[in-house]
Design a protein around this ligand. Structure first.
Ligand code: NAD
Length: 423
């Protein structure tokens, strides 16, 4: 349901609102101040027409939402998926704000996307729609205004096209307009793996806290794209058995442990998991409730609803995707399934934006770091956030999600209060 006067509606946006209101209640934020903190600053909708290979013209709807500009430029990914709409993008932008604030980055949140299935386009069509989208965004973005990055359905190549399009318009190379670029086009080492590596680092920390041994523990990973595949590989390297994985085309289960490098090789060659094995196929609906030590949803929003939450059989829920758990599912985790250690999304997948920040800093300075420097700083940043969330959860008696959100919301609130309200 759309609130009166609001541009936004829908379950994902309502979910972001509910999470915020719960934390705002805890922080006793007055109603008028809530609106100032929560309402997105800018929303842009554009039409992206392109020539298709068959000579016809197709028009794709594109969006970008910039949540707040109080701490610096906005930062956030660009999603290519048929389900993308303004309200989903707004919710993702708002989550980015709390994530950046929790990680101590000088950014507000943003998100963008195009309502398109990238798999339905040829390479030339994909390049056309990517370039047209960036061209339409030029009046609204900039290295000190709004910096894009990859998300679902986009990758390093698309970031290189974005950067090139913006640079052509400026008449000079502007690497710092997007992050997640290929290293040979001004990206940083470690960005492609950063989100998945960060997930594995935090799973490690949670296991240490619970005195669990990674060797021989089991993990299930939903989504085998950039984040899920790297998380699976890093967990396997730590000794965990990856017993099940899935993407939107197939799900596989083997309680003896799947061969993750072979899965990666298959996806490298065929883009999806389809066709990897006929013996190991399983029902995708069964995946999330499979008994395991670590469950990693790394696909999309709202996959863990109340029904699934009641049937979860994991010890650690590592939210690699944004918004995988609905508020109704959260109620169950908080009240009935307290033994599940939740690593909330704005902490769990923050490795991506942290290394994006490193990439932006390196691009602005034309001074590049090596892999050791990138990962050491990433781990330091994640460790700091992890400690702060654990401490806040303890002192305030909050769930990990509410503790992480409380820290993020407080940072934004404080900055707005200090700056005052213009004019
Ligand atoms: P991606 O496009 O590389 O991969 C998405 C994967 O999810 C694909 O394997 C796809 O087949 C699968 N998938 C989609 N719908 C599914 C479904 N219903 N069931 C099972 N699998 C499904 O995207 P990504 O970059 O890996 O992003 C995944 C999630 O992580 C998203 O929620 C994204 O917002 C979040 N995230 C990504 C980054 C990043 O750096 N890429 C950073 C932070 C958060």
């Amino acid at each position: 349901m759309k609130r009166q006067g609001s541009l936004y509606a829908g379950p994902v946006y309502e979910m972001a609102r509910k999470q915020f209101d719960d934390v705002a209640d805890h922080l006793q934020i007055p109603a008028d101040e809530r609106e100032r903190i929560f309402t997105p600053k800018r929303a842009i909708a554009v039409a992206c027409p392109i020539h298709r290979d068959d000579g016809s013209v197709a028009v794709y709807q594109g969006f970008r939402v910039q949540h707040h500009l109080t701490l610096g430029p906005t930062k956030g990914g660009t999603r290519f998926a048929p389900s993308v709409d303004l309200s989903e993008v707004a919710a993702l932008a708002i989550w980015m704000s709390w994530k950046c604030a929790l990680a101590g980055l000088p950014y507000g949140g943003a998100k963008g996307g195009i309502a398109v299935d990238p798999a339905s386009l040829s390479m030339r069509e994909l390049e056309s729609v990517s370039r047209r989208y960036m061209q339409e965004m030029i009046p609204f973005v900039g290295p000190h205004v709004d910096v894009m990055a990859p998300d679902m359905g986009t990758n390093e190549q698309i970031m290189a096209w974005f950067m090139d399009t913006y640079s052509m318009y400026q008449g000079r190379t502007v690497r710092e307009i997007v992050t997640g670029k290929p290293v040979d086009a001004g990206g940083t080492v470690g960005r492609r793996e950063a989100t998945g590596r960060g997930v594995a680092y935090l799973v490690d920390r949670a296991m240490a806290q619970l005195q669990m041994n990674p060797q021989g523990s089991t993990a299930v990973v939903q989504g085998f794209g950039n984040v899920g595949s790297v998380a699976a590989l890093c967990l396997a390297e730590r000794g965990l058995k990856i017993i099940a994985v899935s993407d939107h085309t197939a799900a596989y289960l083997d309680r003896k442990g799947l061969d993750v490098p072979a899965l990666l090789k298959h996806v490298g060659a065929y883009r999806t998991l389809r066709g990897f094995s006929s013996e190991l196929l399983c029902d995708p609906a069964q995946l999330l409730t499979e008994p395991c030590d670590v469950l990693v949803p790394a696909a999309t929003e709202r996959v863990i609803n109340a029904d699934i939450a009641a049937r979860l059989q994991c010890r650690i829920l590592a939210e690699a995707a944004n918004g995988p758990t609905t508020p109704e599912a959260d109620e169950i985790l908080v009240h009935r399934k307290r033994d599940i250690f939740v690593i909330p999304d704005i902490l769990c997948n923050a490795g991506g934006v942290i290394v994006s920040y490193f990439e932006w800093v390196q691009d602005l300075q034309w001074f590049f770091w090596n892999e050791k420097e990138v990962f050491e700083r990433l781990h330091q940043a994640l460790e700091r956030s992890f400690q702060r969330v654990m401490e806040r959860a303890r002192t305030d008696g909050l769930s990990h999600r509410d503790a992480a959100m409380a820290i993020g919301v407080e940072v934004v609130r404080q900055a707005k209060q200090r700056r005052g309200l213009f004019p």
